[in-house]
Write a protein that binds this ligand. Structure first.
Ligand SMILES: Nc1nc2c(ncn2[C@@H]2O[C@H](COP(=O)(O)OP(=O)(O)O)[C@@H](O)[C@H]2O)c(=O)[nH]1
Ligand SMILES: [Mg+2]
Length: 374
């Protein structure tokens, strides 16, 4: 996963990094190569366009920090752009409700819903000490309910007893009742797969969501299906209110496009990735780490981060000196205010000051905007 993309981007930046000065056209030429690399990795076109647009604008407009090369700085900008494209932060399951918290799994047949249901159940059990009930609503495939029961035994988690002839909505209601009566913390609903996006099954899925009101609706997608995964995600996300995505088969040799597109296409975070068939082959998704792996230039990124900190420090020292000499002018004030916005703006600073609650409420009401500083 990502190997080829990583090689391609490595090549682009190796060329840039050694250079002393960068002209705008050098940056634009590099971005054209980045664009091709992303498209070859199967990243969805609109996602690539947006990314290249944002990153180019930043890279061209940026003044170069002391002690790094312009190329290194472009690496850092691309790194930040990738992290943002992947979702910026780790997203955990949100299960803080009166129990049972309900997690509903949806997705195409064979995407890995049933396996992932058991993987998540095991994780909740082992890491958070939760009492989990799993229920299979898959009445289409004959052995589907048994498959979940077998996995339940394997991880020592309860599964809802199978009752022949019951339909998904009925099973969901029974599961809900059972988990309330028996004091389960979490109920996991493993829904029937579909071969394509098929309206009847979509309606069934919505009916199940209506009766169970899940806290989490996780879309499970097979990362090996590339562009198709993106279309599937778009379709599901149009029909139900997803809370997150699980990408399976990240252990395979997919080009990575699905992972890179998913956040933009669904607007929802990737919460987990499946990295194997084994029951513990499930990982949290760390956008920053993944971006770092794709670029393979962690050292450059931290170098630029450090350089930026140093510049801030030098700037403030110079200002302090000017002030002492009585030479502080409006330009200096502007630069000072800029630094403040870097620290998170007025809101963030207010948070750190005692007695600022009221002022903060006024800011939230739109009375004050950081934009006035720029
Ligand atoms: N290599 C790999 N195989 C997986 C992963 N997740 C699921 N599978 C396999 O994919 C197949 C279909 O999974 P299943 O959970 O039955 O899919 P469902 O139809 O969506 O319920 C099974 O053979 C799983 O072992 C994964 O992350 N990596
Ligand atoms: Mg299944």
């Amino acid at each position: 996963m990502f190997d080829k993309l990583s090689d391609r981007l490595g090549g682009v930046f190796d060329k840039l990094r050694g250079r002393g000065a960068l002209k705008e056209e050098d940056v634009r030429a590099a971005m054209r190569e980045v664009r091709i690399a992303l498209l070859e990795a199967d990243v969805a076109l609109p996602v690539v366009k947006e990314f290249i647009g944002k990153v180019t604008e930043k890279a061209v407009g940026q003044s170069v920090l002391k002690s790094v090369t312009p190329g290194q700085q472009v690496v850092k900008i691309v790194n930040d752009g990738l992290t943002e494209m992947l979702g910026s932060e780790v997203s955990e399951l949100e299960l803080a409700v009166a129990p049972p918290a309900i997690i509903m799994m949806v997705g195409l047949q064979g995407s890995g819903k049933t396996t992932t249901t058991a993987k998540i159940a095991k994780r909740l059990k082992d890491k958070e000490n939760k009492k989990v009930l799993m229920a299979s609503l898959d009445v289409n495939r004959p052995a589907a309910q048994e498959q979940l029961a077998v996995l339940g035994e394997q991880i020592d988690a309860a599964t809802l007893p199978i009752m022949e002839g019951q339909q998904p909505v009925e099973i969901a209601k029974r599961a809900l009742q059972a988990s309330k009566l028996q004091g389960f913390d979490v109920l996991m609903l493993d829904t029937a797969g579909r071969l394509h996006v098929d309206q009847q099954l979509m309606d069934e899925m919505k009916a199940v969501a209506d009766v169970s009101e899940p806290q989490e609706i996780l879309l499970v997608v097979d990362s090996l299906t590339g562009q198709d995964a993106v279309n599937v995600a778009q379709n599901f996300s149009d029909q139900v209110d997803l809370s997150g995505v699980v990408l399976t088969r990240m252990d395979g040799d997919a080009r990575g496009g699905a992972a890179l597109s998913m956040r933009s296409v669904t607007g929802k975070p990737i919460k987990f990735v499946g990295v194997g068939e084994k029951i513990d082959a499930l990982e949290e998704f760390h956008p920053e780490r993944v971006a770092g792996r794709i670029l393979g230039m962690g050292d450059v990124v931290s170098l630029v981060e450090k350089a930026a900190q140093v510049v801030d420090k030098e700037e403030s020292e110079a200002l302090a000196e000017k002030m002492a000499k009585g030479q502080f002018d409006l330009n200096d004030l502007r630069s000072q205010l800029r630094q403040m916005t870097k620290m998170g703006g007025l809101g963030a600073l207010a948070n750190m000051m005692p007695g600022m609650k009221k002022a903060k409420a006024a800011m939230a009401g739109g009375a004050m905007d950081d934009k006035i500083l720029l």
